[in-house]
Design a protein around this ligand. Structure first.
Ligand code: 0L1
Ligand code: MG
Length: 267
């Protein structure tokens, strides 16, 4: 993966302001590559890291990272072969069982993920899934509410990365479990919306093993000159497809061994 930056500092700041405006005021924008067809993955991450810098300056606190596009189904759907990562902040977290407002989102969709909380720092390159499991304090079930800011979901990897991997909200819940006591590869999950089953899957959908996705995330961080500190909250990527949600919907994700996570959506 090359992280070469080709855009000027001015272009990176301008694109970041565009993404930040779309996120804050919940409106859709054209994909960034329409204007910058030569934009690289490195440029996408430069925009994302500039966004993080600005949000931290405004008082948001980074609590971890997310891996995205980690399932074959999602990669096929997007026409990409490389997963992405994005940062997570305290402002994106919502309590379990809470009402999540959609008025400040563009076109939210919910997906089931295994989340990891680390007790030791992880540093790439060369991070493996065994390193991840050894450094994990516990795993818990989570639902990510992604919200691509691009019109009609027309985007590419470079634009999605600049838009912080479509990160918007997330809910952790269920039971915290020691990953050494579980077979993390074969966990089944079912997602229900308004009492009907709308998606199901097994955790192996995520790069064969969710800890593999976290290792990949650590190795991408290394390419960006960063590492994963102890105490990080990391979402390993959607096991199920992402399901659109709107006001009035209630969602419950039931995970084998890990319990369930529920939430409802309001205007
Ligand atoms: O969490 C993810 O898998 C990121 C998805 C990015 C693309 C999308 O918005 O569907
Ligand atoms: Mg996700």
């Amino acid at each position: 993966m090359s992280m070469t930056i080709t855009l000027s500092r001015e272009d990176i700041v301008r694109l970041c302001e565009r993404v930040e405006g779309a996120q804050r005021r919940a409106y859709a924008i054209p994909k960034l590559t329409d204007e910058h067809p030569g934009m690289t993955l490195g440029d996408g991450y430069a925009v994302q890291l500039e966004l993080r810098r600005r949000l931290v300056e405004q008082g948001h606190r980074q609590i971890g990272w997310k891996a995205g596009l980690t399932s074959k189904a999602k990669m096929l759907q997007m026409g990409v072969s490389v997963p992405s990562i994005g940062f997570l902040t305290d402002r994106m977290a919502r309590p379990e069982n809470s009402a999540i407002s959609t008025g400040d989102l563009v076109h939210p969709r919910a997906e089931c993920e295994v989340a990891f909380v680390t007790k030791q720092a992880l540093v790439g390159p060369g991070c493996t899934k065994e390193d991840v499991i050894a450094a994990t304090d516990y795993v818990l079930p989570a639902v990510e509410i992604i919200d691509s800011r691009f019109s009609g979901f027309k985007f590419d990897l470079e634009s999605v990365v600049a838009d912080n991997g479509s990160s918007a909200r997330f809910v952790g819940g269920g039971r915290a479990r020691d990953p050494r006591e579980l077979d993390l590869r074969t966990l089944g999950v079912v997602m229900e919306k308004n009492g009907e089953m709308v998606a199901m899957g097994a955790s192996a959908a995520v790069l064969n093993h969710p800890a593999e996705a976290v290792a990949m995330l650590v190795n991408i961080l290394a390419e960006l000159g960063e590492s994963l500190p102890a105490g990080s909250f990391v979402m390993s990527g959607g096991i199920t497809e992402a399901i659109p949600v709107k006001p009035g919907d209630s969602v419950i994700a039931r995970f084998q061994e890990l319990g369930s996570v529920s939430m409802r959506f309001v205007e």
